[in-house]
Design a binder for this molecule. Structure first.
Ligand SMILES: [Zn+2]
Length: 284
């Protein structure tokens, strides 16, 4: 069995010291591929250089370039134009555009950075639209961040009908919301949310969906697993007697096991299908 972490912020400083060790541990636990989404112009070069350094060394790292809705407040159209150029220059080193998206909760707190909620959401939509357009022009898939925003995101995706579609990262929501995305060719990222017994709606959604539409992700170092579940990353870092990040790609097998329990599908069949789903989006 091989696994892919389809969404991990491996460029985060909390991983830098332990990176060689962490990647060897991933190799040992059959996590053979990690996709690193960028979040703002500040980390474009870092995710690119990580990806270039690690080609089957010891595992494969891939990256996507994009601007996350949380990090747009000091940016302007010229940053999007720079992104557009970088995507053309680095095309052979990136597998998609992301992470991009719309966040309804962030815009509610926009006053902190001197915007009204409406101004902020308008700017989010402009950045999202521009980057979906980039994906269309470059025939690339997208990685989409959502929070309180399914009803805003779906009309954009219907408008663009991206040939390569993409991933709805850290999906939480109802079966109908999931269906809206998969009808547009998207896959859904299954992450730590399923480790929380209170996430009944999302767990029921994954139970009902065909496994052809799912991919695994950790979103590490964010989105730690529920305390009810034992985390692999904590175990590793305890062994090394250094401070552990809240989440790491080593938790992929834990999330996988939870998904086996939810779907009732044979582990080998499920693992193979999840890998094929990643290939379908990023590597074909
Ligand atoms: Zn993320």
């Amino acid at each position: 069995m091989k696994f892919t972490d389809s969404h991990c912020h491996l460029d985060d400083n909390c991983f830098s010291q332990q990176l060689p060790d962490l990647l060897s541990q991933c190799d040992l636990h059959n996590i053979s591929r990690i996709i690193i989404p960028s979040i703002s112009p500040d980390n474009f070069q870092k995710v690119l250089s990580l990806t270039k350094q690690h080609h089957q060394n010891p595992i494969d790292l891939y990256c996507t370039l994009g601007i996350h809705p949380w990090f747009i407040k000091h940016l302007s159209i010229s940053d999007l134009e720079k992104l557009s150029l970088l995507i053309i220059q680095e095309k052979q080193h990136i597998v998609g555009i992301g992470e991009i998206g719309l966040d309804g909760a962030t815009s509610k707190h926009a006053a902190q950075f001197g915007q009204t909620p409406e101004e902020n959401f308008k700017q989010q939509q402009l950045f999202f639209d521009y980057q979906l357009n980039l994906a269309q022009r470059n025939a690339m898939p997208v990685i989409i961040h959502h929070r309180q925003s399914h009803h805003h995101i779906v009309p954009f995706l219907k408008h663009y009908q991206l040939a390569k579609s993409g991933i709805i990262h850290g999906f939480t929501g109802s079966y109908q919301q999931a269906k809206d995305y998969i009808d547009l060719g998207f896959k859904l990222g299954v992450g730590s949310s399923i480790s929380f017994s209170r996430a009944k709606k999302t767990i029921n959604t994954f139970k009902r969906l065909p496994i052809e539409y799912l991919v695994l992700e950790t979103d590490a170092p964010s989105m730690p697993l529920s305390h009810e579940i034992e985390s692999n990353s904590t175990k590793l870092y305890q062994n090394n007697s250094s401070k552990s990040p809240a989440n790491s790609p080593l938790n992929i097998p834990v999330i996988f096991q939870l998904l086996v329990n939810i779907t009732g599908v044979d582990p080998l069949v499920l693992a193979n299908q999840l890998e094929r789903n990643v290939d379908d989006i990023f590597l074909t």
